[in-house]
Design a protein around this ligand. Structure first.
Ligand SMILES: N[C@@H](CCC(=O)N[C@@H](CS)C(=O)NCC(=O)O)C(=O)O
Length: 217
């Protein structure tokens, strides 16, 4: 079978998959989207990426990208109409904080029952300094690195969304005005809506789904 489009194994609610879809959406890079159910991963995905995490992207030449940031860079290197890749020395550091310690605490806050001895509130408290730091940056400009959205914003926003949704009432009570505006701008954007389409679990032989979905003229 001739492979004419890259294939993206994705899971709608996964923040890593979300950041990959955001970059694919802005770049306009067309892929076939295969919706994965984590407890029932397709053999086709595990055959090319045995580590079993989403997102996974198989390019037309058969290259396998199995890290969300690699998929973002791959898409944006082909087309970066909003200049998400403009070099920012701080970018990697911000993303590393979120992917590392913040995510560690987020998982134990959101899914404390899955971690022996984890106390949700303790992990929520431990995650807070990272959000305070983001709020302080956002006091200086509408996006993390100043006046325009960059890769760091879109790499981080899905995780802040997940944190906020874990206990929305509590989140709303926090004094993080700039962070809340930034998150809300994202959640009400067409970019976010474009990447949150609902798809049934992909099974071998199913018709392929085109992503990104092009709306309007
Ligand atoms: N470092 C990976 C992490 C991806 C990841 O952990 N994804 C989660 C879902 S949000 C996953 O697939 N977990 C495997 C599982 O739950 O079986 C990346 O950036 O792509």
């Amino acid at each position: 079978m001739t492979v004419t489009r890259p294939v993206l194994y994705s899971f709608r609610r996964c923040p890593y998959a979300m950041r990959a879809r955001l970059a694919l959406d802005v770049s306009g890079q067309a892929v076939r989207l295969r919706e994965v159910v984590l407890r029932d991963k397709p053999e086709e995905m595990l055959a090319v990426s045995p580590k079993g995490t989403v997102p996974v992207l198989r390019t037309v030449d058969g290259t396998i990208l199995e890290e969300s940031l690699d998929i973002m860079y791959w898409a944006l290197k082909q087309h970066d109409p909003e200049n998400w890749l403009v070099e920012e020395p701080k970018s990697a550091e911000l993303i590393a904080d979120i992917d590392g310690p913040f995510k560690h605490h987020l998982d134990r806050y959101k899914y404390s029952n899955r971690y022996d001895g984890a106390v949700a509130e303790q992990h929520r408290s431990a995650a807070m300094p990272y959000l305070v730091a983001l709020n302080e940056r956002l006091a200086e400009g509408p996006w993390l690195l100043g006046g325009d959205a960059r890769l760091a914003d879109y790499a981080i926003l899905p995780f802040v969304r997940q944190f906020a949704n874990t206990d929305r009432d509590w989140f709303d009570r926090q004094d993080w005005p700039y962070l809340k505006v930034w998150l809300e701008r994202f959640l009400s954007s067409s970019r976010f809506k474009n990447v949150m389409g609902k798809y049934a679990q992909w099974k071998t032989g199913d018709p392929e789904i085109d992503f990104p979905v092009r709306t309007g003229p």
